[in-house]
Design a protein around this ligand. Structure first.
Ligand code: NAP
Length: 252
C-alpha cells in the first residue's frame, strides 16, 4: 500500500461552528475522514448536520463525538471513537477554545482556571490521546490553535493570553519529542476572525479593529482553514514547531 492509497483521518475539536467547522470542511474537501466535536448536547444538532453535509458532499466518512476537552477521560473517549471508526488518526486540530475576558485585577480564579482548562489542558489531553496511534503509524500532524493574544498579550485577556502562550510552548516541546516519529506539531495564531467568539464586539469595536488590520477587514474562518489544510497535508511534512500568525497584518 502506498501513502496515496491511505484515506487519512482527522479529529477537529470545537467544530460545531466558526473556525473549527471551516477547518473540518477544508479537511473533508481534501479527502479526509473527519471526527467532528462539540462540548455538549447543545450543539449536537448543528454538528451532526455538518457531518452529514461533509459526508454527502465529499464522499468521506464523518462522525460526531460529544466531548468536553477539559476532561482527559472524554478526550480519550473521543480519540478511541475516531480510531475505532476510521482505523487511524493522522491529524488532530486542537481548535476548541473559550474566552472569559476581564481585567486581571478583577478576574476570578474560576474564570482563569476555566480558560486554562479548555484552551491549554484540553489541547494537551487531546494530543496525548492521539499520540500513541500516530507514533505506531509513524505519521501525524497536530495543529494547535493559539491567538495573536498569546504571542503579543492583550489587555483584558490575561487568562486567554496565558492559555494561548502555553499552547505555543507545548507545540515546540511536542514538536521536539515527536519529530523522530514523523509527527509534526504546529500552531496557528489567528488575529480577529469573524465568528461567534468575536460577535460580542460592537460595530464601533469592529470598525476600530478593522482599522488596525493592514488588510482592512476581519478575517474569515476560511482564512484560517486554508493554512490548517496545508499544515495537515503530506506536503507540510518538514514544517514543525512553528507558530504562524494569520491576522491580515494586524501585528505588523
Ligand atoms: P467559537 O465560534 O466560539 O467556537 C468555539 C468552538 O469550540 C465551538 O465548536 C465550541 O463547541 C467548542 N468548544 C468550546 N469549549 C469546548 C470544550 N470544553 N470542549 C469541546 N469543544 C469546546 O470560536 P472560534 O472563533 O471559531 O474559535 C476557534 C478557536 O480559534 C479557539 O481556540 C479560539 O481561541 C481561536 N481564536 C479565535 C479568534 C477569533 O477572532 N475568532 C482569534 C484567535 C484565536 P460548543 O458548540 O459545544 O460550545
Amino acid at each position: 500500500m502506498t501513502d496515496t492509497d491511505i484515506t487519512r483521518a482527522a479529529i477537529v475539536t470545537g467544530s460545531s461552528r466558526g473556525i473549527g467547522a471551516a477547518v473540518a470542511r477544508a479537511l473533508a474537501e481534501s479527502g479526509m475522514n473527519v471526527a467532528l466535536n462539540c462540548s455538549s448536547e447543545r450543539s449536537l444538532a448543528e454538528t451532526e448536520a455538518l457531518a452529514r453535509e461533509l459526508a454527502a458532499a465529499h464522499g468521506i466518512r464523518a462522525l460526531v463525538a460529544v466531548a468536553n476537552v477539559a476532561s482527559a477521560e472524554e478526550a480519550q473517549q473521543m480519540a478511541d471513537t475516531a480510531l475505532e471508526a476510521f482505523g487511524r488518526i493522522d491529524v488532530l486540530v486542537n481548535n476548541a477554545g473559550i474566552t472569559r475576558d476581564g481585567l486581571a485585577a478583577r478576574m476570578s480564579c474560576e474564570d482563569f482556571d476555566a480558560v486554562i482548562d479548555v484552551n491549554l489542558k484540553g489541547s494537551f489531553h487531546c494530543a496525548k490521546a492521539v499520540m500513541r496511534p500516530m507514533m505506531k503509524q509513524r505519521y501525524g500532524r497536530i495543529i494547535n490553535m493559539s491567538s495573536v493574544s498569546g504571542v503579543y498579550g492583550n489587555a483584558g485577556q490575561v487568562n486567554y493570553a496565558a492559555s494561548k502562550a502555553g499552547v505555543i510552548g507545548m507545540t515546540k516541546t511536542l514538536a521536539k519529542e515527536l519529530a523522530r516519529k514523523n509527527i509534526t506539531v504546529n500552531t496557528i495564531a489567528p488575529g480577529f476572525i469573524d465568528t461567534a467568539m468575536t460577535a460580542a464586539l460592537s460595530d464601533e469595536q469592529r470598525e476600530a479593529a478593522a482599522a488596525r488590520i493592514g488588510m482592512g477587514r476581519l478575517g474569515a474562518p476560511e482564512d484560517i482553514a486554508d493554512l490548517a489544510r496545508f499544515l495537515a497535508s503530506e506536503e507540510a511534512g518538514y514544517i514543525t514547531g512553528q507558530t504562524i500568525c494569520v491576522d491580515g497584518g494586524l501585528t505588523l
